[in-house]
Design a protein around this ligand. Structure first.
Ligand SMILES: Cc1cc2nc3c(=O)[nH]c(=O)nc-3n(C[C@H](O)[C@H](O)[C@H](O)COP(=O)(O)OP(=O)(O)OC[C@H]3O[C@@H](n4cnc5c(N)ncnc54)[C@H](O)[C@@H]3O)c2cc1C
Length: 418
């Protein structure tokens, strides 16, 4: 794996993501907002690699902003804060849907072309053998690390939808499962943004663009000249807006095996033992306070008198499977901050022996509905922490959202001290 990533000049800090608070803090310490702003578009630029930690609540955006601000005095004009804003914008959009699962469907008709998009991802894409270097490299990096640079995510989505004429949802579900940071609002809405069902034009990239942002040390490995994307933007736009797509490049290309996506990871006897331990812990709860900790809330323990039980609501993962790498990341992070992990159907978990039960709210399908059923008088949902004030009115564009949030916040320092 290291040889592959080195040959593509992927920075070492983006090879491995340890599921610990220490690893997240080390990344925060290393953030350089000025060089981030200058280089973030390059595949070897100073991106933070913080997304797996944000996606699972190991650290919150506001804690991260505070930590970085203490060293570098951030402001709303900082590119990094702006990008944090994008993450919150996507949450805002989901929160304003009548049904949060609406983001899993086209938000509006496809701007480029209203015709038919295939609903399965072709094998050559899944196996990284399209013959387009930027795409095949991205697939290999994804399988090797569980992480992709933003530009590679955009390239993949654009190629899948506009060149191969595959519906964005097929690509989004596949990518979601393999990413350590897979987050339905950021992922599915970004795919829709690229596709044109949540934006006003298709996002396109060509061979020159891939070369411009390729790591300086490995330009040749990223060379896409002579392939279907080696065209002008006008020609690519025409392709995006027509029925005619393209197939993989002619000839034989090396394949990579796709790691399986699993509905359930722990070997069943371990899962059972864990769940029994969690049940016993709940039954013998001395403090009477119980906190249920789901995979998007893996923050450090605050109250020492509370029993913390990690919950894996298995029915939800029948629809949203994860790679083994992601399961391992989540279970390691969960084990570090809870007393025991419970796996099964959350609606069957008996918490009646606890005096009070809390869980952080989540919009994630399956978990959302299961938590909503736990309405016993002893149960309360706590809000998920945010960084920016969430405008009450639905904002259709990021710029509107950011402008309003900024206005409501006052100064950045005020925001962090609130
Ligand atoms: C097709 C596609 C799918 C994506 N899927 C996901 C996903 O599943 N989960 C996810 O967290 N992000 C997703 N993104 C957004 C973005 O690519 C990642 O957040 C970013 O690349 C994560 O790497 P980083 O932490 O090193 O980012 P940095 O550039 O270091 O940014 C710091 C933080 O700002 C936020 N951020 C940065 N860029 C974006 C952006 N464009 N949109 C939203 N938030 C952003 C993230 O929380 C990120 O951790 C997707 C983007 C695209 C185009």
């Amino acid at each position: 794996m290291t040889a592959l990533l080195d040959s593509l000049s992927i920075p070492k800090r983006l090879h491995v993501f340890e599921a610990t608070h220490q690893a997240a803090n080390a990344r925060l310490d290393a953030v350089q907002p000025a060089s981030y702003a200058r280089t973030r578009n390059a595949l070897d630029g100073a991106v933070t690699g913080l997304s797996p930690y944000f996606a699972h609540g190991i650290i919150s955006l506001s804690d991260a902003a505070r930590a970085i601000h203490a060293r570098h005095a951030l402001d709303f004009d900082d590119k990094l804060v702006f990008e944090f804003g994008w993450r919150e914008f996507f949450q805002h959009v989901v929160g304003h849907q009548k049904n949060p699962d609406a983001i899993l469907q086209d938000l509006h008709g496809a701007v480029p072309w209203h015709g038919h998009y295939a609903n399965t991802l072709p094998r050559d894409i899944r196996e990284g053998c399209t013959g387009v270097a930027a795409i095949d490299n991205a697939v290999r990096i994804l399988y090797a690390t569980g992480y992709l640079h933003n530009h590679l995510r955009m390239y993949l989505a654009s190629y899948v939808v506009h060149v191969r004429k595959v519906h964005w949802r097929a690509g989004a579900d596949w990518l979601y499962g393999h990413l350590l940071d897979g987050d339905l609002p950021s992922n599915h809405l970004s795919w829709q943004w690229v596709a044109g069902t949540f934006s006003s034009k298709p996002y396109l990239f060509n061979a020159d663009n891939a070369m411009k942002y390729a790591p300086a040390g490995a330009r040749q490995a990223w060379d896409c000249r002579g392939t279907v994307i080696d065209q002008s933007y006008e020609a690519l736009d025409e392709m995006a807006r027509s029925q005619a797509g393209a197939g993989p490049e002619p000839g034989e290309h090396d394949r990579v095996a796709e790691p399986p996506l699993l509905n359930h990871f722990c070997p069943s006897n371990t899962a059972e033992a864990q769940s029994n331990r969690a049940r016993v812990a709940i039954d013998n709860i001395a403090t009477r306070k119980l906190e249920l900790v789901h995979p998007w809330h893996l923050s450090q323990r605050i109250a020492t008198d509370t029993l913390r039980i990690g919950i894996i609501h298995l029915p939800a993962h029948a629809d949203w499977p994860w790679s083994e790498r992601r399961w391992q990341f989540v279970l390691d992070a969960m084990a570090a901050v809870t007393d025991a992990i419970w796996m099964g159907d959350l609606t069957a978990l008996d918490t009646s022996s606890a005096g009070s039960v809390t869980a952080q709210a989540t919009l994630f399908p399956g978990y959302r509905q299961a938590l909503a059923k736990m309405v016993a008088p002893n149960f309360a949902l706590t809000p998920a922490p945010g960084l920016l004030p969430n405008p009450a009115m639905a904002c259709r564009s990021f710029s509107k959202f950011y402008e309003r949030a900024r206005r409501d916040a006052g100064s950045f320092a005020d925001l962090l001290s609130s």
